[in-house]
Design a protein around this ligand. Structure first.
Ligand SMILES: [Zn+2]
Ligand SMILES: [Zn+2]
Length: 173
């Protein structure tokens, strides 16, 4: 039996970060935005209304490592791509009991039985040599599914990404 890896809505709640607020930026609630991509699983970015990214997660409901898919996606959508470092990606395997009763019952009936596998890309704010803080932002000005990740000053609100600054469309895909 072929399993596509698609993540049904009943399992999506399991992917939310523990802290639902924007850490060290604005403390407002994070919003989950599903990104359109040619992937079988679910790609979500958790960011605040000002565009500061807390975590990007990709998950598949099948027993396969989702890391290469997120790594490839992130590198294609990050300026510059070298900001995406393999060690900033962490995987988690979620089984039924830790996901709440509804999700557990749903997973228990599935054949073949399989866990939810997720990978999380998290870039922590960093302090530069001059003492200023830089953190990861997402720019949503290039169309749905064509998000751009980039670093900007830690207190920025909805900053423009490098592609926007250079006229954008040439570099956007
Ligand atoms: Zn924020
Ligand atoms: Zn942009």
């Amino acid at each position: 039996m072929t399993v596509s890896g698609r993540v049904p809505p009943v399992l999506r709640r399991a992917l939310a970060p523990d802290d639902p607020h924007c850490y060290r930026h604005c403390d407002r609630p994070l919003r989950a935005r599903a990104l359109t991509a040619r992937t079988p699983g679910l790609l979500l970015v958790y960011a605040c209304p000002g565009g500061a990214v807390s975590v990007v997660t990709y998950s598949e409901w099948r027993n396969r490592d989702p890391t290469p898919t997120l790594l490839a996606y992130a590198r294609t959508h990050t300026l510059p791509p070298r900001l995406v470092r393999r060690w900033d990606l962490r995987t988690a395997t979620r089984h039924g009991p830790e996901l709440g009763r509804g999700a557990e019952a749903y997973m228990g009936k599935a054949r073949p039985p399989r866990p939810l596998r997720a990978v999380y890309w998290r870039v922590y704010p960093t302090r530069t040599k001059d003492g200023s803080v830089r953190r990861l932002f997402a720019c949503a000005r290039h169309g749905r599914g064509n998000v751009r990740f980039f670093l900007a000053p830690g207190d920025a609100q909805s900053p423009r990404c490098p592609a926007c600054a250079t006229g954008g469309k040439k570099r956007a895909r």
